[in-house]
Design a protein around this ligand. Structure first.
Ligand code: BES
Ligand code: MN
Ligand code: ZN
Length: 493
């Protein structure tokens, strides 16, 4: 969908959205519109339950086009995130309505004019995020099944500033869309090799992309990653994406993603019910890729590196089996007791390689790692672990700022000892209790004391109902949070 900004005013015709505060009070432009429509809006409100409560909507048909009344409440809570939600809600209200374009009258009221350009831009961002669709495999869609709304114009006092802020934000939306596309793409298409190809295509935005194939990984001794891929005919890949927007010599911020393009569980096979959802098991890698796309698109003034480990976890005559012992690139040995705990094996080598080769200022990994995290925090909060309080606070704050909630979970020697093995340096599973924590402890053994955080996105990577700015399917959760973290800055000297 196209988003544009123009100076404040009500166009002569076409669909419009106007704000209404509590007790059905129209703002200045809304009042003028109501008069020109002979009091239609006042009458419509009087004959409905619409009172102007926050995010309440009432769509009124008129000769000039549809008029959406949008509830502002008392107007005191209208910040950037409020506006994103409003943008998404407005898109949802009108996308299938027949209206092809709409003008949102974004007028200040009371003393809330400060930062209005940024808020108008976020309204556009919310609408854009909600307009995402993945319908490339729907061959029978008729026009009536597709959105009619193709353009949203936001009429606001500071249109130029809103335009440039939105321009910057739209690269972040493009990163979110890329992450969603990657998650939604079925595994028959999105193999590790295809994933790597899509990363290489991001060279167009100025990313330097390097792909390690199996012989290259063998030479590095990445046997925990390679062991997972053994059961699949699909070859494994490790992809490195570098963004050099900062000073030469400034340490990069590193983002590492689990890219299990499909997780059957391997020989420790998962039950059939719901296994289809395991196409999302490359969600961490998708977020890392989307983030790199966003940073390059908006030309972030810093150095970043994205590393993704891409494999397919399948049962096969050649697949690894419980009791196997493999040696990771770090030299540490791992006893495989459950082949379904494969994500940590992929990340072990990816994390070790990242700190060893690129000496980053910090490493953040993202992974759909454990069902246990979903049991702990449900589907609307991401649990994370870190060995650094400053990084933890920054992650929490970045999440709050963009409406992606992240909650710190504990690490500790008492949990770590639960993955001691009788035969190797560690085993790849702990007891059922605290499963997300022992998984994090496992990863911590491969970060070599680097500043690090692990985000277990198992619960948030997939949206099953739809939210104001998130469509069903892959959510792209984390692209905006990490983009915000980068914006907030990190001393990388
Ligand atoms: N990919 C799964 C975790 C997962 C489950 C992500 C549900 C998203 C939704 C992971 O590889 C896995 O299978 N984890 C096991 C670990 C167990 C064997 C220790 C799990 O959570 O059951
Ligand atoms: Mn698994
Ligand atoms: Zn998995």
């Amino acid at each position: 969908m196209e988003i544009g900004f123009e100076s404040l005013g009500v166009p002569a015709n076409g669909a419009v959205v106007i704000g209404v505060t509590q007790d059905r009070t129209l703002l200045e432009h809304g009042q003028a519109l109501d008069e020109s429509l002979g009091g239609l809006l006042t009458a419509a409100m009087a004959n409905s339950r619409f009172t102007g409560n926050e995010h309440q909507t009432l769509t009124v048909a008129s000769a000039r086009g549809q008029v959406v009344l949008y509830g502002l409440g008392d107007g005191s809570k209208i910040d950037a995130m409020w506006c994103e939600r409003a943008g998404g809600t407005i898109f949802g209200e009108l996308s299938m309505s027949g209206a092809e374009q709409v003008t949102v009258i974004f007028e200040p009221h009371g003393d809330d004019a400060s930062g209005i350009a940024a808020r108008a831009a976020h309204l556009g961002q919310g609408a854009l995020l909600k307009s995402y669709r993945f319908d490339k495999y729907k061959t029978k869609l008729e026009d009536k099944d597709k959105p009619s709304l193709a353009k949203m114009t936001i009429a606001t006092p500071e249109a130029d500033e809103a335009t440039s802020t939105f321009d910057d934000l739209s690269h972040v939306a493009a990163g979110v869309f890329l992450a969603r596309d990657l998650v939604n793409e079925p595994p028959i298409t999105l193999t590790p090799v295809e994933f790597a190809r899509r990363c290489e295509a991001l060279g167009a935005y100025g990313l330097e992309v390097t792909v390690l194939d199996e012989p290259a990984m063998e030479a590095l001794g990445m046997w925990t990653l390679l062991g997972v891929g053994r059961g699949s005919v699909a070859e494994s890949r490790l992809v490195v994406m570098e963004w050099k927007g900062g000073a030469e010599g400034e340490k990069p911020l590193a983002f590492v993603g689990k890219g299990v393009c499909f997780d059957t569980g391997g020989i420790s096979l998962k039950p059939a019910g719901g296994m289809d959802l395991m196409k999302m098991d490359m969600g961490g890698a998708a977020v890392v890729t989307g983030l790199m796309r966003a940073l390059a698109g908006r030309k972030a003034p810093m150095n970043a590196i994205g590393v993704i480990g891409c494999v397919v976890n399948m049962p096969d005559g050649d697949a690894q089996v419980p009791s196997d012992i493999v040696t990771s690139m770090s030299g540490q040995t791992v006893e495989i007791l459950n082949t379904d705990a494969e994500g940590r094996l992929v990340l072990a080598d990816a994390l070790w390689y990242t700190q060893d080769k690129y000496d980053p200022a910090f490493m953040i990994d993202l992974a759909t790692l454990t069902g246990a995290m979903m049991v702990a925090l449900g589907k609307s909060t991401c649990g994370f672990f870190s060995n650094d309080d400053t990084l933890s606070d920054k992650l929490t704050d970045a999440g709050t700022a963009v409406g992606e909630r992240a909650w710190r979970m504990p690490l500790g020697a008492d949990y770590d000892k639960l993955i001691e093995s009788d035969f190797a340096d560690m085993k790849n599973v702990g007891p059922r209790e605290g499963g997300a924590i022992t998984a994090a402890c496992f990863l911590q053994r491969f970060v070599n004391d680097k500043t690090w955080a692990h985000m277990d996105i198992a619960g948030v990577a997939w949206e099953d109902k739809g939210k104001p700015t998130v469509t069903k399917g892959g959510s792209g959760w984390g692209v905006r949070l990490l983009d915000q973290l980068v914006r907030d800055g990190w001393d990388a000297s």
